[in-house]
Design a protein around this ligand. Structure first.
Ligand code: C5P
Length: 607
């Protein structure tokens, strides 16, 4: 389809057409017609219209933008509320651009009532009945009073519409594109952010309109982001957004009370969503409202600990690629939390990163939708659902354990998800079955279920619990870059460092004594990690971090599991704080965190 320049409507044409139709632009419909060809072509260029695009145009009026869209080769489904204008548009196009008439359909309707492809079906301007591919773009010159509802309605009704370019009143446009914290941020900003990202891409002079309006206009470009796994929560989110902005000066605690029973319940919901109930709606991004909606619906949360390996002896690789181990795991107080919301339309995962105090990152970086079907927590939840034919659920992971750090963060996600899903889906799996599922998910998952201190054998998944009453104080220093566990094992294999030692032996009584004592000095003398050398070769900066921990006074410092997190065992809490401060200041350390061990295994937490 080629691009033939058309004679667009001039100011004279517009008046003539309006006179002929007996149309006086009405204030009620907010009608202002554009008569400047340059502006119209600029809109079409900004919308990146290419030949063959199927565009929804809302409010074509006398057809000036319609002709510009047709000129660019688009097919246009024009939705016009005014019956006289809707009837005249095909004639205008047939007169001025007969070759384009087969690319125009006019629907005489309220755009908000056009909710599906069937509603767009209409004969073309030359009377043909054509079936078109679904629309992909929205382009419109919108009266200010309906701009946002129209855009929201089209986005909801036509998932294939991936971008929009609309001309709106300046204030409306700024509100559409506003971010949290901005003075003009409001309900429309949040609702549009649900669907994607809006930007103001330029101003439009008043002189291009007839009649000339008393307000300024802007062009807003919108790009849809991939579908949210949360589609089933949209109505809930809208309700919370409307309540939060109903009185801008009210805190969430007060503003949300009418839609959450009372202020006490708002506090509980905010706590579950990691949001301060003293904030106002204007501080919240769309992902915060989604978190609130999820929390309001309820769900079951469980948490599970990360681990350090106090002892890690590794034998030569087995035929399945795994290595036989003799290890002593200790669960530590950094915990991953997983919430499962049952009865959703589809499976999905969201993650949120928190610091060691449990404080989430500020909006809008708080929640991340994860498109990973293989996410370990998702797989764990699905395994449980399969056992009891439960409907899909949503999995929400709050991450505190360093990612790819050798502390079993991913395995803790899986363990917490198993426990949360067991309750959320009322699957009633017994402990034996949960351990079987855990083993099928990964070698460290059973230990994250068990917690405490355990001897691990075979892949690390055959466990014997050890009684430990003492508390151990750890400092965990993370690195900016993670290490892949398989890569560390592979380096270990290359070095042929597996000694032919007996991994099936019993742990000596020195271990029992060391673990029983309050003073961890004896334990410090026993810690050992066969993978440490391989990890240090792949990440040489670790040697400096280990040295620094020892110089700072730690009783022992070692790479945790496959690394790169360095675990420093300290005599007591005061020493741990000193070591933490020293490590935190080290150039190769990303974060230094305090943690206690041993910690409990995966368990349901009540919000
Ligand atoms: O079981 P999981 O997926 O957590 O293990 C990650 C990787 O760590 C394995 O694919 C394997 O390369 C390595 N691994 C191993 N021997 C073990 C445990 C893990 O080689 N005992």
């Amino acid at each position: 389809m080629e691009n033939v320049p058309l004679q667009l409507l001039s100011p004279g044409d517009i008046r003539q057409l309006a006179d002929a139709l007996g149309v006086a632009p009405t204030k009620k419909l907010g009608q202002n017609f554009v008569h400047d060809a340059g502006t119209l072509r600029r809109i079409v260029a900004s919308a990146e219209i290419t030949p063959g695009d199927h565009v929804i145009e809302v409010g074509p009026g006398l057809g000036s933008l319609t002709l510009a869209l047709l000129e660019a080769g688009a097919r246009v489904s024009a939705i016009e509320l005014d019956g006289a204008l809707a009837a005249a548009l095909p004639r205008t196009v047939k007169d001025r651009a007969p070759e384009a008439a087969s690319r125009l359909r006019v629907v005489n309707a309220d755009a908000c009532a056009v909710t599906g492809l069937r509603d767009l079906e209409a004969p073309t301007a030359n009377g043909e009945v054509a079936s078109w591919e679904p629309p992909t773009k929205l382009v419109a010159n919108l009266p200010y009073n309906v701009s946002v509802p129209v855009v929201l309605s089209i986005l909801a009704s036509f998932p294939t519409v991936t971008s929009a370019l609309v001309m709106v009143q300046k204030e409306v446009g700024e509100r559409m594109a506003a971010r949290p914290g901005s003075r003009v941020y409001g309900a429309p900003s949040v609702k549009l952010a649900w669907w994607g990202e809006a930007r103001v891409v330029g101003g439009v002079a008043r002189t291009v309109f007839w009649p000339q309006p008393h307000v300024d206009s802007v062009l807003v470009a919108f790009a849809r982001t991939p579908a949210r796994a949360w589609e089933g929560l949209r109505e809930d989110v809208w309700e919370l957004v409307d309540a939060a902005f109903s009185q801008r000066r009210k805190t969430l605690r007060r503003a949300l009370a009418p839609v959450c029973t009372n202020a006490q319940r708002v506090e509980a919901i905010c706590a579950a969503a990691g949001i301060d109930p003293r904030w106002r709606g204007e501080a919240l991004g769309v992902e915060d409202f989604i978190a609130l909606a999820r929390a309001r619906r309820g769900g079951v949360s469980a948490d599970a600990p990360g681990k350090v390996n106090v002892l890690l002896e590794v034998g030569p690789a087995r035929s399945d690629g795994y290595h036989p181990l003799l290890t002593v795991f200790e669960a530590v107080s950094l915990r991953e939390r997983v919430s499962i919301i049952p009865d959703c339309d589809a499976w999905g995962v969201t993650t949120c990163f928190v610091d060691a105090e449990g404080n989430p990152a500020p909006a809008p970086h708080r929640w991340h939708e994860v498109a990973d079907e293989d996410h370990l927590a998702l797989r764990a939840a699905r395994l449980v659902a399969d056992e009891c034919q439960a409907a899909p659920g949503h999995v929400e992971v709050t991450k505190m354990i360093p990612v790819a750090g050798g502390m079993a963060g991913g395995s803790a996600d899986a363990a917490a998800a198993l426990v949360a899903a067991n309750k959320a889906f009322d699957a009633r799996l017994d402990e034996t079955r949960l351990y079987e599922l855990a083993r099928s998910l990964g070698a460290d998952v059973p230990f994250c279920l068990a917690g405490g201190v355990c001897v691990g054998r075979e892949r690390g998944d055959v466990l014997t619990p050890l009684e430990v009453t003492a508390t151990h104080h750890w400092v965990l220093a993370t690195s900016r870059q993670g290490l892949s566990t398989p890569a560390v094992f592979a380096r270990f294999d290359e070095k042929k460092s597996a000694s032919p030692r007996d991994l099936e032996r019993e742990l000596g009584c020195d271990w029992e004594e060391a673990l029983a004592e309050e003073d961890p000095a004896k334990l410090a003398g026993l810690v050992a990690n066969d993978l440490e050398e391989a990890a240090c070769e792949l990440a040489p900066h670790l040697r400096a971090v280990l040295d620094e921990a020892r110089r700072a006074g730690a009783l022992a410092a070692m790479v945790s599991g496959s690394g790169p997190t360095v675990a420093a065992l300290c005599a007591h809490e005061t020493q741990a704080r000193l070591v933490r401060d020293r490590l935190a200041a080290h150039p190769h350390v990303e974060r230094a965190l305090l943690a206690d061990g041993p910690a409990a295994g995966a368990r349901v937490v009540t919000r």
